[in-house]
Design a protein around this ligand. Sequence first.
Ligand code: UDP
Length: 254
Amino acid sequence: MTRRRKIYEGKAKTLYEGPEPGTLIQHFKDDATAQNGKKHEVIDGKGVLNNRISEFIFGKLNNLGIPTHFIRRLNMREQLIKEVEIIPIEVVVRNVAAGSIAKRLGLEQGTRLPRSIIEFYYKDDALGDPLIAEEHITAFGWATPQELDDIMSLAVRVNDFLSGLFIGVGIQLVDFKIECGRQFEGEMMRIVVADEISPDTCRLWDAKTRKKLDKDVFREELGDLADAYREVAQRLGILVETENALSTGPRLVE
Ligand code: UDP
């Protein structure tokens, strides 16, 4: 085996140098963390599931003309991506009150918000990813006003697509987080969706029972996290229930 150059190691993923200039390899680990890294566990199979689920979602976004960094999946744990300059902002879109907004504004968990709300958090572990306003982003130069417009329109398009995708398989998309990056191609620069979209970065509730099928299962110690993620993959038609074999299309939920 040849040794690859590691570019960056995060809590749940590692980035390696890619096979060609302008590409990287994104490797999904089994590590789960919460409370800004204070809670940590290795969950067998989580990386494989998130690689598959994120591949499925990013592939569909690309097909819809919503630009992403994703090129193709390479193996069980890795995908080939375009190298981008990550904008240091977490973009959260919320449809239903849960997590930090419920706490901050005293809303009951599960209340539908008057409309979808976009929030921004500054990516800084030492500060605990503080909530910020658009003003901070443009004043400190983390993104230009034009880039911020592009980011918000990407966030809305991703929300529309994901909400429909999940409700079709009996899952309510409560909220999710995306990260965006600048992709340079010659003289051109465009903002693309980067990182991952998976049950690690979304709140997904069963539409009927409200059973949680996302990282809150780990955060709140509600059961087996990999089982929850497997259920999401099965409902999306990525995993076939009986044989754990791979399939192609989504499975209709009665
Ligand atoms: N989220 C994420 N990474 C983070 C923080 C939040 O993927 O570092 C996701 C989280 O899974 C949820 C949404 O963003 O789907 C909103 O999270 P919230 O602000 O409610 O924070 P939390 O309650 O997760 O601390």
